[in-house]
Design a protein around this ligand. Structure first.
Ligand code: TNX
Length: 540
């Protein structure tokens, strides 16, 4: 907060001196010149975006996107051109402008600049400079350009998100933002097992995640109620194990081609897919598909309820590890990302000894196929392999002993991704009247999901062990995009901000104002959301 205020003060001083040399048409920060005879419109003050940028120097004239604006990509990077095409795709329907993409050099327009020299911006950072003549987004990597484009979107009026032509004007406040993330892991999880979500619904969610600079999409691909990814060497997993879901609906699964389509779409939005096969518990769908996987050789029926903790792979059978090897091999081959999540939560039907044995055998299989293990934090009760990551999903009230076990693993080099259930489980109800979701971790209002510090959340865990945050969305009660959105928004952007923004910017009172400004964007995008009374939404 303090650092941020300083920046705004600096900006205010800078602006003061600019006023002295103000030429006609120079607009105040937060106010734009009258345009085409319309009433003066407020520009979004520079940096009033979610997640909060690391540094903002507001001041100087605004940039106006007009029918003459070009998008310039001045090198021949295919990736940069794709980001330009994405930006044009966002801007064209609402502005109605052509916005041609060109590789011709020029000082005007929207300029996307990949710069080898801009190492200081890191793997995902960007600089956005806006003045009367141009908006220039500079980055060291295409991911940084993409994140800069998300910031640019939010600097424009909410109507820019509409799918039909809107009046404008399309002004970007003047000044400079320099921005890079606090954490490299900023995730969201979608449970496609309890209810199946087809490719289009997943793409829709990916687009929403990208708005907030989320860079990991964790797909919970298997559970008691459904197996959702085709595995050639064990075809009944998907064909039979994927044939139903909670409540007994028809379920579904991704063919390999469909999974790849999701992976590629995510990559085009700079998200990495983290696939999860939950083991040794949460495996009824697999156990139902293959009798051999059961210790007694008898397949249980498919399951469409919502209990947890009743299923386990047979730890003592060799075939179990043939199965794991085949599944991990095929899934790893489809997954360009670094991680493979092996679950490991709520293995209540597996003895502790068996659990440790199982994890000792399975983690090397993941390594053999070139992936880094992620597991739910119960993995710290076994022996996490070198480089593994534990995903913490406890509560504020989780026992000190359980937190200490996680902290000890972190001291020994296990990385942490934080998903405390009573903070960032997006399936928790907001309050007693929320029609969807669960409440086992309590009610989670918007402020509660934002007001905590990932860096110091687990006592005794070194700050450097924290790789980031993730917002899981379990789908026992959710089956449509509209329901997913109602639970994710407006909490998800807060988790994104915890993952991206420097802790010095953390402040609920200023955050809730930035968050409120997202409401009209969601309206324009057709994104459903919960109109929490904690957030000062603009009047309709
Ligand atoms: C706990 S979180 C689970 C899931 C449920 C979720 C519901 C975790 C690792 N396990 O199996 O879907 O609660 O909120």
């Amino acid at each position: 907060m303090r650092q941020h205020q300083k920046q705004y003060h600096r900006a205010a001083r800078l602006f003061g001196s600019l006023l002295l040399v103000a030429a006609a048409g120079v607009s105040a920060v937060g106010a734009a010149p009258a345009h085409h005879g319309s009433a003066p419109q407020a520009t979004t003050p520079l940096g009033q975006v979610v997640p909060a940028p690391a540094s903002v120097e507001a001041g100087g004239p605004a940039y106006a996107i007009t029918s003459n604006t070009r998008i310039r990509v001045e090198d021949h990077s295919r990736d940069a051109r794709q980001v330009a095409a994405y930006l044009a795709g966002v801007l064209r329907p609402s502005t109605g402008y052509r916005l041609p993409i060109t590789d011709k050099h020029g000082h005007d327009g929207i300029r996307l600049e990949l710069s080898r020299g801009a190492k200081d911006l890191g793997a995902e950072g960007y600089r956005l400079r806006s003045d009367r003549g141009s908006v220039t987004i500079t980055a060291h990597s295409p991911a940084g350009l993409f994140h800069g484009v998300q910031t640019l979107r939010q600097q424009l009026p909410a109507a820019v998100e509409a799918s039909s032509r809107q009046p404008g004007p399309w002004l970007v406040a003047g000044g400079t933002i320099e921005d890079s993330p606090k954490y490299g892991y900023r995730g969201a999880m979608l449970d496609v097992s309890r209810h199946f979500f087809g490719v289009d619904k997943v793409k829709r969610y990916i687009d929403q995640l990208a708005l907030y600079k989320i860079n990991k999409l964790h797909l919970h691909l298997s559970d008691d109620q459904g197996w959702r990814i085709a595995i050639d060497s064990w075809p009944r997993l998907a064909e039979y194990g994927g044939s139903t879901q909670v409540g007994g609906g028809q379920g579904g699964y991704y063919t390999k081609a469909q999974y790849l389509e999701i992976v590629q779409y995510a990559a085009s939005r700079y998200l990495e897919v983290v696939p999860e096969i939950d083991m040794p518990g949460h495996t009824n769908a697999a156990l139902a598909s293959y009798p051999d996987l059961n210790c007694d050789g008898v397949a249980p029926p498919l399951y469409t309820g919502t209990s947890v903790g009743f299923s386990s792979l047979c730890v003592g059978k060799d075939v179990t590890y043939d199965f794991v090897d085949d599944v991990v091999r095929e899934l790893a081959a489809l997954t360009p990302g670094k991680y493979l999540h092996i679950g490991g939560d709520e293995a209540h039907s597996t003895s502790h000894e068996d659990y440790v044995t199982f994890m000792d055998k399975v983690q090397p299989i993941v390594a053999k196929y070139g992936k880094t293990v992620i597991g739910w934090h119960q993995l710290t009760g076994a022996t996490p392999s070198k480089g593994a990551i534990a995903q913490y999903w406890g509560l504020d009230g989780t026992s000190a002993a359980e937190k200490a076990q996680v902290a000890a693993a972190a001291q020994n080099g296990t990385g942490l991704v934080l998903s405390p259930a009573d903070r960032v489980y997006l399936d928790m109800k907001y309050n007693k009247d929320t029609p969807l979701g669960l409440a086992w971790a309590g009610y989670v209002e918007v402020q509660r999901s934002y007001d905590w510090n990932p860096g110091s959340y687990i006592p005794g865990a070194p700050g450097s062990s924290v790789q980031g945050v993730e917002a899981p969305l379990w789908s026992e009660t959710l089956s449509t995009s509209s329901q997913v959105e109602y639970m994710a928004f407006p909490r998800l952007p807060g988790v994104a901000e915890l993952g991206w923004s420097p802790p010095a910017t953390h402040d609920w009172d200023t955050y809730k104002v930035r968050l409120a400004a997202q409401g009209p964007r969601w309206d324009a995008l057709g994104v459903n959301y919960y109109k929490s009374a904690q957030v000062p939404w603009p009047a309709d």
